[in-house]
Every structure is written in structure tokens, then in C-alpha cells.
Design a protein around this ligand. Structure first.
Ligand SMILES: [Zn+2]
Length: 303
């Protein structure tokens, strides 16, 4: 495999000896790890809590079926990999197809280059995505986005504001909002079934997770998909309960593991029992790729 990494280094005379030695070594053993990465291809490097994101792509703040609320727009934290960008945008577009005009409130993914992200313990390698909850008003109509997230109680009623990192809660009464269970299941379903990237976890408070899984059962979903949702919709034990947003964590792209991408926790689903259930059938295919490509403005930025 060709080595591209050194093409990025300037020919600084101080580094010449080091580069020559390294090239000699790599010629002898062949290129491995990050050095084998084709130039410009986003690479999720390391794990969610300590990693980085090399040459990530960034989502536009508005797209088909999603929008970044104002308080999060200035954070420049929408960088990820191409596969995850595709899975996200296609999932949002799928929900829009089922609930026309629906806008998922998209929060932080990773900042340019990844690494430490203000207000987050993870979100470092471009594979963690915050999506705030869809909400309905008292009449059952979708609510617009607010300047803060809403926390929802066990029965799905809004109970408090949850402002963006470094911001104060709005001086407004808590709206009579309800956690929109059918739309949330539509999004979770789209994410779990999208072939572009595999979901490792969707962190969410356990009662809200229960509402979403019940919705899947009510809709008569395939048993393996319900089992998968039951397993992956999880209240984390070591951080906030996630009663104000979905936190989606994607696995490394399989082709990036040998380049330095690291998954923590369960590796794939090989030991999960839904793997052995009858294969699911009749899963709605993702919306036509052309529709998504039309809606995408992908930009690639150097690290
Ligand atoms: Zn989160």
C-alpha cells in the first residue's frame, strides 16, 4: 500500500534525516496504521474518550430532516467521518419522509480535528453524536427548537431546561411539551438499520428508552430489531442519565480499525442474541441516495 503520510510534511531540513530513516523503515516493513491512510480521507483515530479525528468532514448546520439549534451553531462541532455523515443524513431524511417537515435538533459531534470537546467527556473521535429530543406541544403538534434542550421525566413530560454548555437556562416557563415517541423510534430505527455505519450505543434515560422500545413493539417490528433496540438504547452508568438528548455512538468503520480507530466496550454484535434470531425482513430501505446527496453539502477540511 502506498504511503501518503509523509507527503504532508514540509521538507524542513531539520527533519530530513528523521524522514529518510522513517521512509527506509516503512519501505522495509510496508506501511501500516495511520500511515496507510489515503490523503484527505477522514479517520477516526483512537477511542471516543481520548481520540482524534483526522481530516473530518463537516455537516452543514441545516439539512433535510435536521437543523442545529442556535445555541449550538457557533460551536463548530459537526465534524465526523463520511460513513457516519451518510448514516446520519440518510436517517434524518428517512424521518422527514415519514413525518414531513420534521427537524431533528442536532447537537455536537466533534470539533475540527477531534480531541477534547467543551462540555463532553467523549465526542473526541467523531463517532459520538448528540441529537436532542423531538417534542410535541399539548395539541400533539411538533414543537420548534428552543434555545436550550428540554429534560423529560419518566412519563415523557418536559420537566426542566437543560442549556448548552456555558449557557444559562432560558428565563421562560417550561413548555407543556411531550417526548415524541413515534418520531424518536423512527429515527432510532433508521439509525439502527442504516448500512453506512453501525451503532454501538444510543444513550438515553431508561424510562424514555422503555417508551421507545414499546413503540417498536406496538408497530410490530421484527423481533431482532426490537431486541437490538432493547440492547443498544441504554442509560449510561458513568455519566448523566441522558434525559435531554440521544447520544449515539458509532462503531469504527471496519476498514479503519487497522488504521488506528479503537472501539471500547462490546465489539460488534457477535455475542448478542439477536444475531441468532431469524433474519429481519421488510425493513424499509434507506431513502434514495440521490435525494440525500442532493441535500448534502459535504465539505472536507484539513486537520
Ligand atoms: Zn451526549
Amino acid at each position: 500500500m502506498p504511503c501518503f503520510a509523509f507527503a504532508r510534511y514540509p521538507s524542513d531540513p531539520n527533519n530530513v534525516r528523521r524522514v529518510v530513516l522513517a521512509v527506509s523503515f516503512l519501505s522495509a516493513v510496508g506501511c501500516t496504521g495511520v500511515f496507510a491512510r489515503p490523503p484527505g480521507v477522514p479517520l477516526s483515530l483512537g477511542d471516543h474518550g481520548t481520540g482524534k479525528l483526522l481530516t473530518g468532514t463537516t455537516l452543514p448546520p441545516d439539512g433535510l430532516g435536521y437543523s442545529v439549534p442556535a445555541a449550538w451553531r457557533g460551536r463548530s462541532a459537526l465534524y465526523t467521518t463520511g460513513q457516519i455523515q451518510l448514516a446520519l443524513t440518510r436517517s434524518f431524511a428517512n424521518v422527514d419522509r415519514l413525518f414531513p417537515g420534521s427537524l431533528a435538533p442536532l447537537g455536537d459531534i466533534a470539533r475540527k480535528g477531534g480531541g477534547p470537546a467543551a462540555g463532553h467527556g467523549s465526542h473526541r473521535s467523531g463517532r459520538d453524536v448528540d441529537i436532542f429530543f423531538y417534542a410535541l406541544d399539548a395539541g400533539g403538534l411538533p414543537l420548534p427548537h428552543f434555545e436550550a434542550m428540554l429534560k423529560f421525566g419518566a412519563t415523557g413530560k418536559a420537566v426542566a431546561w437543560s442549556p448548552a454548555f456555558g449557557r444559562k437556562p432560558p428565563k421562560l416557563p417550561i413548555p407543556a411539551a411531550t417526548f415524541d415517541v413515534p418520531r424518536t423510534w423512527a429515527l432510532v430505527r433508521a439509525l439502527l438499520t442504516d448500512p453506512a455505519a453501525q451503532v454501538q450505543w444510543i444513550f438515553i434515560q431508561r424510562d424514555l428508552a422503555g417508551l421507545v422500545v414499546n413503540q417498536a413493539k406496538k408497530e410490530g417490528e421484527q423481533p431482532d430489531l426490537v431486541a437490538q433496540a432493547e440492547e443498544l438504547l441504554r442509560q449510561p452508568g458513568d455519566s448523566a442519565p441522558h434525559d435531554d438528548h440521544l447520544h449515539v455512538r458509532f462503531y469504527c468503520d471496519p476498514g479503519q480499525r487497522s488504521l488506528g480507530c479503537v472501539d471500547r466496550g462490546p465489539q460488534r454484535w457477535l455475542k448478542k442474541y439477536w444475531k441468532y434470531l431469524p433474519e429481519r425482513q421488510g425493513v424499509t430501505p434507506p431513502v434514495d441516495l440521490i435525494v440525500v446527496v442532493d441535500a448534502l453539502v459535504v465539505s472536507s477540511a484539513p486537520n
